[in-house]
Design a protein around this ligand. Structure first.
Ligand code: NOJ
Length: 829
């Protein structure tokens, strides 16, 4: 794919679009904007600035906290990690990771998990949950944080984003879609410069963020990397042009921690909240705070831009005050100590008080976690009726990855080591476990119920002991793992990203040793993503393989449910299992030729994961979307219904001119720290420092950045998520699925569309369903295809278009097991 570096920004991306409530059919932001506007109109300039800027790293109790408005009794915003549960606290749940939720292919479970997480964040007094994750999308399988997100398929990730966000926000908590955008690897994440073509941006990486915006997400976190030479957190193309104009995002953009690099560039480039807020030069100690107040007074940042930041933040706040969640809870925990009493302002080590109230927010979420754990297990191989197990006379459970962690499940802070069973990756995307049911514990309990004799062996290095333990068992269950995470932690030389796709801690040798002595060897994999497992697929003694991913606190229980047939597996692989890392095409940049200016071009375009495997005709070990059941399903009777054309209108016209809210006093004295104010050092404050020169030395603003006049809307824009016409249903496809086996089970029929032409993948996922059927039962499933689903991005018109290419639709059980197909009749779209 040719990348046209010169013509990438059809518009410069200035000025930064101001939000106006978004419109759209549902007008879901309208009320929030009325409330936010009234609130903001009442604020002074420093009060406005205070809500945009973090108080500093560890300054307050949350992982990120903005300043407050004491005059109105409005406390600052509490922002807390992460995507699978509340980080840095106690009495919270540890949910399955995103990659497992994707593997369920269940909209219901995606939504329920979002709701349950939202309840926990709300219960701890948190305003913003720093999740879910759609970046990394999963360009490369070794990507350290892929597991925090969902799947390298943008459609599946988009659905999971929308369901998770709506779940979280229904519980009074603002969700944060992160990391925006192209943060696809951990190596060099702070400075890697990514080059991408406009079409790939739209069809792959931006796609799930569009779903997030359409779902009403209240915040977006811009990422560490650069895009076309400019940092993501001051990138006019990514933030102003794509996110705020084309996608019509009405919420606020916060920086990843330390991803803000300049005062003006970030403000004019569309950033709305600086996190964690500290880090600038004296006298302000922040790139914003007082520095932003100064920039506004100098006219370097227009007043309407500051007002837009604040009104976006407040609108997100008001938007989630719904249902039983209309009141804002008090913060009742501290990220920085596990003790009850500690400093209220940790960085300044002062004001000791009760900072942890140990509020139990778990509810009955353990049941949901167990259900997701079980339903995310992907049964990759099952021969000779190995599974489900039925009262085996003996089982041997082998491997460190089956065991309780010595010292308790949180013995490895932020999961920074590999002791005991793996149930989440490492880094900021972790939460502490309230408890962790290990596979060995759950299997031992099941064995005792069944009078099955049970042995277990921890440690992966004594292969003779493993063989001895396995050889006489009627079933040997061997466990292995592969870990990954965020690059502030390095484990065994893996700096976030995985160095390879093999199992960790001698796992492959352990599996081979066990299989060498036991003809009924079951392999259980707790891995963050794909591993090279073709040898196990082919090994005659390995009669079953299960991927259990990162199941969270109920790991062992969910696994037993599947191994013993209480849950018929429905998990489907949310990624492709290659036979080598080269199979994947796109590669991670481990060693930049110029490490001070690492750069990378995503020249594989839209061809990642299964799209690449199909294009390069590479057979995988297990394809995307694949997973076995204890029953079988047949597919028949595909039908295509052409929906009446609604017409697609490019959005035209202009937005309103920029607005300011209220009138602020611009006298420098009114914007200076009040006399007698007692500072907490090193807290970030919004005030000018005495003696500032408020004349701008040189106008540095990019052309157009200060222009508050009415701006043209974009053809693909018009409402949150983009042009509303993109979401019109244009075809309805149906098929009949029947359970032809002997037990009840759940099939995940998948719909793939071939958009036609060399430039498009063989097929792209555009629908899936979760169909539970008794033996012999059949059901008609329907899939609604939207205009967006059958469109390509036209870089010239800057709009989506349905090309003239002939299009085919497939329904099947994986990306390569396509059972039914039909061409899509062309219609007047
Ligand atoms: C950096 C991580 O990239 C981000 O995901 C996280 O939310 C922040 N740190 C805050 O911990």
């Amino acid at each position: 794919m040719a990348i046209h570096h010169h013509n990438r920004f059809p518009h410069a991306g200035f000025p930064s679009p101001w939000a106006d409530g978004g419109g759209g059919a549902e007008e879901e932001w309208t009320e929030a904007y009325i409330k936010a506007g009234a609130f903001v109109a009442n604020l002074t300039l420093p009060e406005k600035v205070n809500l945009t800027t973090g108080t500093g790293w560890e300054a307050d109790r949350c992982v990120g906290m903005t300043g407050s408005v004491p005059r109105l009794g409005f406390r600052g915003f509490c922002l807390q990690d992460g995507p699978l549960g509340v980080r840095y606290t106690d009495h919270n749940s540890a949910f399955p990771a995103g990659v497992n939720v994707a593997a369920t292919f269940s909209r219901r479970l995606m939504r329920r998990r979002g709701e349950a997480m939202g309840e926990e964040f709300h219960g701890k007094g948190i305003d913003v949950q720093l999740g879910p994750v759609a970046g990394p999308l999963g360009r490369v399988p070794q990507g350290g944080r892929n597991w925090e997100g969902f799947s390298p398929d943008p459609y599946l990730t988009g659905v999971a984003m929308a369901e998770t966000i709506q779940g979280i926000q229904s519980r009074g908590v603002v969700a944060c879609a992160k990391h925006y955008i192209l943060n696809e690897q951990e190596h060099y994440r702070n400075r890697i410069d990514v080059q991408i073509d406009d079409r790939t941006m739209h069809e792959l990486y931006l796609w799930p963020f569009a779903d997030a915006v359409r779902a009403g997400v209240g915040s977006v976190m811009c990422s560490y990397n650069k895009i076309h030479g400019e940092y993501a957190c001051e990138n006019p193309w990514a933030t102003n042009y794509l996110l705020k104009n084309e996608l019509n995002f009405q919420g606020f953009v916060m920086s990843d921690w330390g991803a803000q690099h300049t005062t003006l560039g970030s403000a004019l480039g569309g950033l709305d909240m600086a996190m964690p807020g500290d880090g600038g030069r004296p006298p302000y100690g922040s790139l914003w705070g007082g520095a932003l107040t100064e920039a506004v007074l100098k006219g370097e940042v227009p007043e309407w831009r500051l007002d837009d930041m604040v009104v976006r933040i407040m609108a997100a706040y008001f938007k989630v005050r719904v249902g039983n969640y209309t009141t804002r809870p008090e913060i009742n925990f501290s990220s920085w100590t596990k003790k009850e009493v500690g400093p209220l302002y940790s960085a300044s080590n002062q004001t000791y008080t009760v900072v942890n109230e140990f509020v139990n927010v778990q509810g009955d979420h353990g049941e949901l976690i167990r259900e997701i754990g079980a339903k995310s297990i992907v049964l990759l191989k099952n021969e000779h009726g190995t599974l489900p197990l039925r009262n085996p006379s003996s089982i041997a459970v082998i491997g460190e990855d089956a065991q309780d962690t010595p010292g308790g499940p949180n013995a490895c802070p932020e999961r920074n080591c590999t002791k005991g069973t793996l149930a989440m990756g490492y880094g900021s995307g972790t939460a502490d476990y309230p408890y962790l049911i290990s596979p060995a514990t759950a299997l031992r309990a099941q064995a005792s119920r069944d009078n099955t004799s049970f042995t277990t062996l921890s440690g992966n290095w004594d292969l003779d002991a493993a063989k001895k333990a396995a050889s006489n068992a009627s079933v040997a269950i061997v466990f292995a793992m592969a870990h990954a995470g965020e690059n502030f932690i390095t484990i065994d030389g893996n700096a976030g990203d995985r160095n390879n796709l093999t199992l960790w801690d001698n796992g492959d040798e352990l599996i081979k040793a066990v299989a060498s002595v036991n003809p009924r060897t079951v392999v259980v994999l707790h891995t963050v993503g794909p591993v090279i497992i073709d040898y196990a697929k082919k090994h005659p003694n390995i009669t079953a393989i299960l991927w259990a991913g990162l199941p969270g606190q109920e790991s062992g229980n969910g696994l037993v449910d599947v191994l013993y047939g209480k849950v018929n597996p429905q998990g489907r692989s949310p990624f492709t299992w290659g036979k080598s890392v080269e199979d994947y095409g796109a590669q991670l940049l481990f060693q930049a030729p110029n490490p001070t200016a690492p750069a990378q071009t995503f020249d594989e375009g839209v061809f990642i994961d299964y799209r690449h495997f199909a294009k390069a005709s590479i057979a995988s070990s297990f394809p995307f979307g694949f997973g076995l059941s204890y029953t079988k399903f047949s597919y028949s009777e595909i039908n295509v219904l052409v929906q009446p054309a609604t017409g697609y209108k490019a959005t035209a016209g202009s937005a309103n001119p920029a607005t300011t809210y209220g009138t602020v006093n611009k006298d420098p004295l009114a914007n200076t720290m009040p006399a007698g104010f007692t500072k907490i050092t090193p807290y970030v404050y919004p005030w000018l420092v005495n003696g500032n020169n408020l004349t701008s030395a040189s106008p540095v603003s990019p052309a157009g950045a200060l222009d508050g006049s009415a701006q043209p809307r974009l053809p693909a824009g018009g409402a949150p998520g983009g042009n509303p016409g993109l979401y019109d249903v244009v075809y309805t496809i149906s098929a009949t699925i029947q359970n032809t086996g002997k037990v009840a089970g759940t099939e995940i029929p998948q719909l793939y569309v071939q958009l036609g032409g060399q430039e498009n993948p063989f097929g792209v996922l555009r629908g899936f369903d979760e169909v539970t059927l008794d033996p012999n039962e059949s059901r008609t499933v329907t899939f609604n295809l939207t205009r967006r689903d059958i469109s390509n991005w036209n870089t010239t018109t800057q709009n989506w278009e349905v090309t003239a290419n002939e299009k085919v639709v497939f329904i099947g059980a994986s990306a390569v097991d396509l059972r039914l197909n039909s061409s899509l009749p062309s219609a007047e779209w």
